[in-house]
Design a protein around this ligand. Sequence first.
Ligand code: SAM
Length: 399
Amino acid sequence: MSDPRALQARLAGAMPPAWRAAFSAVPRHLFIPETIWLRTNGKPVPLRRSDAPDAWLAACYSDEPIAVQLDDGTGTGRGYVSSSASMPSVVAFMLDASDIEPGTRVLEIGAGTGFNAALIAFRAGAENVTTVEIDTDLALRARAALANAGWPVEVVSGDGTKGHLPNAPYDRVLSTAAVHRVPYAWVEQTAPGGKVITPWGTAFHSGALLRLRVSGDGTASGRFAGDTGFMWVRDQRTPHGAVEDRVRPEHDYTETVTSLHPHEPVGDFSASFAIGVRVHGMQSTLVHDDDDRAGQRYTVFLMDPESGSWASWRIQAESQDYGVKQHGPRNLFDELAAAYEWWKDAGEPDHTRFGLTVTPDGQAVWLDDPACPVAKRHPADSRPRPVASAARCSRPPAS
Ligand SMILES: C[S@@+](CC[C@H](N)C(=O)[O-])C[C@H]1O[C@@H](n2cnc3c(N)ncnc32)[C@H](O)[C@@H]1O
């Protein structure tokens, strides 16, 4: 078997300087279970340490996420990754964004393997770290791995969207599972001046890292930073459903033609981030024609499982008029096109110009200034609603 220390040193050397010592001190392979799943042709394929020890070890020290559980451990065979050891460079980016020092009191949401909690414990001290994991088996495993590796962090088995009141207040709440709605418990359990750091996204866009500063008045506010695609916390997963179940031959539809190509509204990170913020509950899936070798003939499906609405947007390289069909009470393509126009009129803002404010009444996404909301959401409501901004807000700021 290869030498884990050499592999660990190489991975640690590729991490941001502030977290290299932690990556050098915490061996990742001590947290990775016997069976992992690696993605091959889009499908998770199992890899057992006992069958292929070198490949397993190489995976532990690659800068890749490692799936450690499928389908919530139910064995249903769907192949949905329900827990993973996150990609090391993404973990390091989140830690770097979290300003953790010796003595910082940290609540992590999503213990998973326990590796991230060990990195935090290396910096903050194990006695200052609590991590919550919703899956009982994973929580047990993470607790044992942390204790065996020498970082006896408190691992709580439970729903992390409720925080963990007995050890509050925290200086940092750091979620390693993404949310559409920031749980208010995270704000309530963070000391004034502390931070909530979480991946945040929408049904349309996997999202970005959100850094909120908690104030003494019970609110928290902050901007979005870099690209971080994480799995969702369990009760905020986007509903699963195959296109053929949602787009049925018996459905009626309207037909129009557009010159808008999906390249920008769907392919541009900041445009699609903004569209996800403005258009509630809309998912998208791209389906290539069976014989489309050059990637030039495909259909983008837009779907809203709640209302049953869908739109299809047909792309063929030989034409610059793209056919659009829309079914159901919502005209999803029209909503997408309007949100895209709104983003262009606002000066094509980068996603880092957006921010979010959480209050006991819900959350609001804003552009440049918390006084300029672009979508509001009530805590019990899954739908963000576009709001008209004050006139001064809709103008792109002077550079
Ligand atoms: C990307 S993994 C976390 C990786 C982990 N921090 C590590 O170092 O291995 C996300 C984890 O969040 C857990 N999770 C999902 N919803 C949760 C919830 N509501 N409360 C606590 N944990 C949750 C999942 O079971 C999964 O283990």
